[in-house]
Design a protein around this ligand. Structure first.
Ligand SMILES: Cc1cc2nc3c(=O)[nH]c(=O)nc-3n(C[C@H](O)[C@H](O)[C@H](O)COP(=O)(O)OP(=O)(O)OC[C@H]3O[C@@H](n4cnc5c(N)ncnc54)[C@H](O)[C@@H]3O)c2cc1C
Length: 669
């Protein structure tokens, strides 16, 4: 059995799957070690991908050549575009998935990825060497790479792993994506069970073997709700929530993608030739509410709640609170909304979104039975909470390589984030950079104006986390640039240049780009006559034209769309009718570009200003403690974070704009 690899990935969760696929596709001989192959890409909480700001991340992963979007499309049971009533920066795709099929679709991807080997086992310990003797008996080229990477003499370097089955594997880069498993401890009422997830063992010893080198470790917690047997539910007492009727997908790849074709085009599809077709059979979700009686039963159980009796000390995701936390935080609310979401097409199991809880099992069941639709409730699994270790992400480079242990990359929940999409986005970047690290290439670092993934990693590295980090649109300062519809325009060429997005994928995007540009050029050129459009404008509730104008100007009005003008403008109709694939998405993106061109231009200008600061490198140029003109907090934070650039310094909490100005002045001198 082979024991030497370029890249080893520990853990096949959402981060690990993207990391392993990306590294292998970039040509790195990759080993993915995971505890249980039947739980690859297991969705620990709700079986849904995307949502506000998260849907944008999935589109970005897809544009770069990652697989989360395509696996989601292949296993979707309901698709919705959220926030349609708001501006386009807020539109976010979300898909309910078949949990079981999601696992098997990912397994199919990984098992059909060239250069990727999978081994079911548990990693016990990270093996390190020091930089004088990197991985024992190295070649000249390895020394050259080590020096190109700037390995500090005497600093630890990750060189391999040791497993519980007694195996030892070596690699040039190691990616840790162990999720909630590091010293995981589950809580249900007063019951405590060691575990990484329900019915799965915790990863013991591994966190300690990393912390022993000075990597700071801390603890967080998260939780999940009950899973319900649909046969016990009275659906007539709930409100149905259907999916979108229009068959949209996450991925801009044409599905299915035969592997042979992909290989010819120099890329790496991951799916076998019999790749599963998108389901797109829409199953509804259901809405119901808690009531005062439910709240009373839950309140009576609070003394046994691990969250309120001191059993759990660590901090959980503020924006995903348990039902008991909602009762305590909002005592005046007499009801809370619950969504009943299907777990798959061939199962009676439903997920109860909004009722995450670690109260004792009988309290969970008794309280739920007080909801009319759940009078006869039967559950398959109770809700529970879990505490786990994570590593302070401020000790990472933007490449996601550890600043303490060279060659060790960290991605996903181990960096203090929460969510499948946040994990997958980091996994993709870690996979790309771990592969590039093996050959001494510069890492891929996405900027804040290029991708939510860039915002995510920059926030982790510059600001750190004091609660599980979840992505929101409000975290991005360039929201109108980072839309779900234009992820391809932002990232596909980058993904292709890395060697991950296939040539077929790139060409597909270039065709879309050309069609969008054609529409914009036409709108810029075409003069609309009053007589052609005034009747329509009146119907749409917008003022009729008092003079002719360019189509571009008319499309600037919020009520006016390309689609609703087409019937009056035959040339426009002919142009849009010639689009044979993903027509509505193309029209939508063209329209957004036209309607929001002013905002887009303003954000581009702001981003350019920030790039200037981004290019001013300051790491190693100051002894911050000696700079009396900087605030005490600023000195402490700058010393602790040691930012790479002036822009990064400006984003560290506690470093004020005047501290940044002092640094600028000193640099000027
Ligand atoms: C109970 C619970 C509730 C959650 N609730 C929410 C929520 O409400 N909202 C939300 O956004 N997110 C929630 N999450 C978090 C979400 O599941 C994670 O953010 C996401 O799965 C993280 O992905 P990951 O790839 O980092 O890790 P995971 O998906 O946890 O995958 C880790 C993988 O690593 C493997 N592994 C671990 N240690 C080892 C080892 N030593 N050797 C080999 N393999 C190893 C595991 O077997 C697993 O396959 C919840 C998680 C849990 C457990």
């Amino acid at each position: 059995m082979e024991r030497n690899y370029d890249v080893i990935v520990i853990g096949a969760g959402h981060a690990g799957c993207e990391a392993a696929h990306a590294a292998a596709c970039l040509g790195a001989n990759t080993l993915l070690i995971t505890m249980d192959m039947n739980k690859i890409a297991q969705m620990s909480c709700n079986p849904a991908v995307g949502g506000i700001a998260k849907g944008q991340i999935v589109r970005e992963i897809d544009a770069l050549g990652g697989m989360m979007g395509r696996v989601t499309d292949a296993t979707t049971i309901q698709f919705r575009m959220l926030n349609r009533s708001k501006g386009p920066a807020m539109w976010s795709p979300r898909a309910q998935c078949d949990r079981g099929k999601f696992i098997w679709a990912w397994r199919e991807v990984l098992e059909n990825t060239p250069n990727l080997h999978i081994w079911q086992d548990q990693v016990r310990r990270l093996i390190t060497a020091t930089s004088e003797s990197p991985r024992g008996g190295t070649s000249h080229s390895e020394d050259a790479i080590s020096s190109a990477r700037g390995d500090k003499e005497g600093a630890p370097i990750a060189v391999g792993v040791e497993t519980y089955l007694g195996m030892t594997f070596h690699a040039k880069s190691i990616i840790l994506t162990a999720g909630t498993f590091l010293n995981g401890l589950m809580h249900i009422g007063r019951v405590k069970l060691p575990g990484g997830r329900c019915a799965e063992p915790p990863a013991l010893e591994l966190a300690e073997s990393i912390a022993a080198h000075g990597v700071r470790v801390a603890r967080m917690k998260t939780g999940t709700p009950v899973r319900i047997d649909a046969r016990s539910v009275d659906f007539s007492m709930m409100t149905e929530q259907p999916g979108d009727t229009e068959g949209r997908k996450f991925s801009y790849s044409p599905l299915p993608a035969p592997q042979t074709e992909k290989q010819e085009s120099g890329g790496c599809s991951g799916f076998s030739t019999k790749q599963p077709q998108s389901q797109l059979s829409s199953l509804p979700c259901w809405i119901t509410y808690t009531n005062e009686a439910v709240h009373e039963r839950l309140r009576a159980g609070l003394p046994d709640s691990p969250l309120y009796n001191g059993q759990i000390q660590s901090i959980g995701p503020r924006y995903c609170p348990s039902i008991e936390t909602k009762l305590v935080t909002f005592p005046d609310k007499d009801q809370h909304q619950l969504f009943l979401e299907p777990e798959g097409t061939n199962t009676n199991e439903y997920y109860l979104n909004g009722f995450s809880s670690s109260l004792p099992i009988d309290v969970q069941i008794e309280a739920l039975k007080l909801i009319p639709a759940f009078r006869n409730l039967e559950i398959y699994r109770p809700g529970y909470a879990i505490e786990y270790d994570f590593f302070a992400p401020t000790q990472l480079h933007h490449s996601l390589e550890s600043r303490v242990i060279s060659g060790l990359f960290l991605a996903g929940q181990v960096n203090g984030t929460t969510g499948y999409e946040e994990a997958a986005g980091q996994g993709l970047i870690a996979g790309i950079n771990a592969a590039r690290h093996c050959t001494g290439q510069d890492p891929l670092v996405l900027q804040r104006d290029q991708a939510y993934i860039g915002v995510l990693i920059d926030d982790l590295v510059c600001k750190g986390v004091d609660e599980p980090y979840r992505m929101f649109t409000s975290r991005a300062e360039y929201r109108i640039l980072l839309r779900q519809d234009n992820a391809d325009a932002r990232l596909t060429e980058i993904g292709h240049s890395m060697g991950l997005a296939t040539t077929e994928r790139l060409n597909h995007y270039l065709k879309k780009k050309e069609e969008i540009e054609r529409i914009i050029r036409f709108a810029d050129d075409y003069s609309v006559k009053m007589s052609d459009v005034n009747a329509i404008l009146e119907k749409l509730g917008t003022a009729p034209l008092t003079r002719g104008c360019k189509l571009m100007e008319l499309l600037g009005r919020p009520q006016v769309t390309i689609e609703n003008l087409s019937s009056a403008l035959p040339q426009l109709r002919a142009l849009t009718d010639s689009i044979d694939d993903r027509r509505s998405e193309i029209l939508e993106e063209a329209e957004i570009s036209i309607k929001y061109s002013g905002y887009i231009a303003r954000e581009v200008e702001q981003a350019e200003k920030m790039h200037r600061l981004e290019n001013i490198r300051i790491r190693g140029r100051f002894n911050y403690n000696s700079l009396q003109s900087i605030s005490t907090e600023g000195r402490q934070k700058l010393t602790a974070h040691d930012p790479e650039s002036l822009a990064q310094a400006s984003r560290i909490p506690g470093v004020s704009p005047s501290d940044v100005n002092v640094l600028l002045v000193l640099l000027g001198r």
